[in-house]
Design a protein around this ligand. Sequence first.
Ligand code: FAD
Length: 474
Amino acid sequence: MSKEYDLVILGGGTGGYVAAIRAAQLGLTTAIVEKSKLGGTCLHSGCIPSKAMLKSAEVFRVTQQQADEFGVKTGEVSLDFSQVQKRKHKIVNQLHAGIEGLMKKGKIDVYHGTGRILGASIFSPMPGTISVEMDNGDENEILILKNLIIATGSKPRTLPGLVIDEIDVMTSDGALVMNALPSSMTIIGAGVIGIEWASMLNDFGVKVTVLDRLDQPLPTEDRDVAISMQKALEKRGVTFILGAEIHTESLQKTDSVTISYTVDGVEQSITSEKLLVSVGRSAVIDDIGLANTEIQVENGFIQTNQTYQTKDDHIYAIGDVIGGLQLAHVAEHEGIYAVEHIAGMKREPIDYNLVPRCVYSFPETAAVGLTEQQAVDKGYEVKIGKFPFQANGKALVNGHTDGFVKIITDQQTDDILGVHMMGAHVTDLISEAGLAMVLNAIPWEVSSMIHPHPTLSEAFGEAALAVEGLAIHV
Ligand code: FAD
């Protein structure tokens, strides 16, 4: 069977399904092809399930370690990990049903199957027609289209020679579906996913060691934040082994997993019950038919221009498959942008410097804009305002005073170059900083916005005052 559409989207993850909704709003006849479940990585094996588990970990930590401090007597506290998983599933299922409902509401056709791009053929003189191998075994559907968006996302990477079985040696995909917690876990990779898992497993009572070849965790974040995060996790019992060259060929699996590494020329090994590999994600581009197109791939990612068009300019690509900031909100906005471009709308390109970056560990981190080092490297003379949560009433009330807000400005113009936060709930505070940067506000304008008392947001106002040495509560 064949059918014609204004737009077909290959991949129904965050980028894909949001693009489809925008396309429906703009009156385009739209179809999505999804080989697994609508919602993609973020909903099924990323953002949402990991945050659901982090929340359970937080409740366990607070009940076990802090309830007394709040005057709450709890008796013996224990963890029912199957209930942690059940709660996670319930949240995921609810959101999944919501997306399916949104597809129906937008009259978006959803093809459950694996899509492949065809070259020029009897269906169209241009490449891009999609052949769908249907999950239900029906004969292939042929989708003839005016425009295609590739949103096939990403999958976990491993290190050369390190074989993943998702049971003893796992990626975040395997870790999210564990039936039981291990007694100990070695995590290779101290990026965002590694740090979130280190924090979560530590809260659940698992002994955690984090190995990384670099000398700081969260390498893309401000060094102040990264080092403070390392110290905060170390204080809770997480071990960091940094600057480690990992010998993947040394991996031994028995009842436990042993791997060796070299630090400062000294070879050592570490044994734990399980090993988690979190070393980044690669694009899903195999077997989607790119060879039938002019689309270019560099370093494993599809190349596009600023409007997300590939070399075949009626074929767009968005989200994790094009690399860059692999974040759900980025995929979403790239999808909306591509659809609006297809519909002939004109917009400024997305400014990736203004995309908030969050880590949902305890404490959390959140950032927007340049790090201090990046600002210096770009030749700015920087002026910095910093305010600690220790001096914030709401942080004290909440019982979480670790962390700070740091604002980096340009001494010449007062422009805000970057904002970096560490502390409980900072992922909910960063949007104000993002808005300030989008609106080109200077610190004085931020501090003259009256922040309600007592809130954590006052720390942002105070950090803005601190840029001029005028903070009130330090
Ligand atoms: P995906 O969500 O990967 O979707 C791609 C879809 O395409 C999938 O559903 C796949 O089945 C489908 N597909 C692929 N090939 C085909 C084909 N040939 N035919 C049909 N369908 C196909 N981001 C955040 O912003 N915040 C977070 O807190 C966060 N936490 C994360 C935690 C973890 C553990 C992980 C792994 C990721 C996290 N991310 C987070 C990243 C986020 O999940 C991704 O950036 C986001 O999912 C990218 O969306 P996408 O639409 O580009 O791709």
